[in-house]
Design a protein around this ligand. Structure first.
Ligand SMILES: [Zn+2]
Length: 447
């Protein structure tokens, strides 16, 4: 083992996609702020390099300039670990802005039910779907949930991910929702993958309320009056989410919860217009939500609302989850091209969850953004770095390789970021750095 030194110098990169310059929208979504190696290639003084010290980036640019900057700062060679990128691409560590990390059990049986024509909402109405996961999650011990979380976090990390959002939402009762948030917080402290926890007590109507009149409203009152104050007091969740969908929580109910959450000091986001148009994009924009997620059935009006938000100082990010729409064989994919053309910042996530996207691989989400949503490779990289950071409210410190930001990066076996979504299903990670430390290195990788 190389001893930990406070400094890190990444050299011999074919290119560094810095993503410098802030949140991407419109034509800038396609600009990854690339530093490319010179004609000579192979570790010359003109080649792009990056230095970090005590977890933060201190220099990005030509190797010669980066070394000069380190010398000027009085940082000696002995304080620096040199990391050879072996002529691979360097990008910010990927950020997955939408996961349901913590749950118990699997739902593979639903695949065949759907193939025989039963819809997601039908399976839910019959007590399957989320409700099956809720039963198993409530029954799971803390250790079982932690083991599960650690295992999938390792898998995410090995695919280049350094930060994720993790939602509660498979408890639906107060005790389990608080437990899921506490466990997510604990896994984030353990690291190395950083976790931004989200409260999703309104993921579905809890079994206790399903036979009551106005079941959705009764569950929502319970979330607002009992769960939310305790979640705020617990202090782990950074935002509040709701499954806003016709037949689950209508927009009027979602608005009540999100306004209460906002008043209590949480950021808000929502599952919006996933299966049917449900005024989710409109509501997200109106409330200044960090993100509107899914958007497979967003209307023209909804896009107009998001576009209006995008021209303001705190744009609502459209977080698209193309693996889920593929997995559910949805008729509509989210209209990524129209959103980008309207100037809406687009992020992409895996939606990792047991029912509609059992997929921890962020590279696959980028590939689906390209091959199903018709985004460019560069647009998909912006979507899983700086724009994903914006969707989580952490773009000031995460999501790009700029001086002062956290030194979270991925080094890839391929020599161009354009190849990341090209090799479908292959893991192209060479190594992953979190806060300036190498936290994952592939043994022997292609390229
Ligand atoms: Zn989700």
């Amino acid at each position: 083992m190389v001893p930990d030194r406070p400094g890190l110098l990444v050299h011999n990169a074919a290119e560094i996609a810095t993503l410098a310059g802030g949140v991407r929208r419109g034509s800038t979504q396609d600009d990854v702020a690339l530093l490319a190696s010179g004609e000579s290639g192979g570790g010359g003084p003109d080649d792009p390099a990056l230095a970090a010290y005590e977890g933060r980036i201190v220099a990005v640019g030509r190797l010669e300039d980066v070394e000069a900057q380190l010398a000027e700062m009085g940082i000696s060679e002995s304080a620096i670990t040199r990391l050879d990128a072996r002529h691979g691409t360097v990008t910010p560590g990927l950020i997955d802005p939408h996961t349901h990390l913590l749950f118990a059990g699997t739902r593979h049986a639903e695949v065949e039910l759907r193939q025989r024509g039963h819809s997601y909402l039908e399976i839910l109405a019959a007590g399957g779907g989320i409700l099956q996961t809720v039963r198993m999650t409530r029954a799971a011990t803390d250790d079982e949930l932690l083991d599960h979380g650690r295992g999938w976090l390792r898998e995410m990390l090995s695919h280049g991910v350094t930060t994720i959002e993790a939602k509660s939402g498979y408890g639906l009762d107060t005790a389990t929702e608080l437990r899921l948030l506490a466990l997510a917080g604990r896994l984030g402290v353990e690291g190395p993958v950083e976790i931004v926890p989200t409260f999703l007590g309104a993921h579905a109507v809890a079994p206790e309320f399903r036979d009551k009149p106005n079941a959705a409203e009764a569950h929502l009152d319970y979330v607002i009056n009992e769960q939310l104050p305790q979640v705020v007091e617990q202090g782990i969740a950074k935002s509040c989410d709701v499954f806003c969908e016709r037949g689950v929580f209508e927009a009027s109910l979602a608005r009540r919860l999100l306004m209460a959450a906002r008043d209590a000091g949480l950021n808000v986001r929502l599952h919006a217009d996933q299966i049917q148009p449900s005024d989710g994009a409109e509501l997200a924009s109106e409330l200044g939500a960090l993100s509107a997620d899914h958007l497979g059935s967003v209307t023209d009006e909804g896009i107009n609302w998001l576009a209006a938000s995008a021209s303001g100082p705190h744009p609502t990010v459209a977080t698209l989850l193309p693996i889920a729409s593929f997995y559910l064989a949805e008729k509509h994919d989210a209209p990524a091209r129209r959103l980008i053309e309207a100037g809406v910042p687009v992020a992409v996530g895996t939606d990792f969850n047991p029912g509609t996207s059992p997929a921890p691989n962020a590279q696959l989400a980028m590939a689906f953004a390209v091959h199903r949503l018709k985004m460019s490779a560069a647009e998909s990289l912006s979507a899983m770095t700086i724009n994903a950071a914006a969707a989580l409210g952490i773009a000031a410190s995460h999501g790009s390789l700029e001086v002062g930001k956290h030194a979270d990066l991925a080094i890839w076996t391929v020599d161009s970021h354009a190849l990341l979504p090209y090799w479908l299903g292959a893991n192209l990670v060479r190594s992953v750095v979190k806060r300036g430390r190498v936290v994952y290195a592939a043994d022997d990788t292609p390229g």
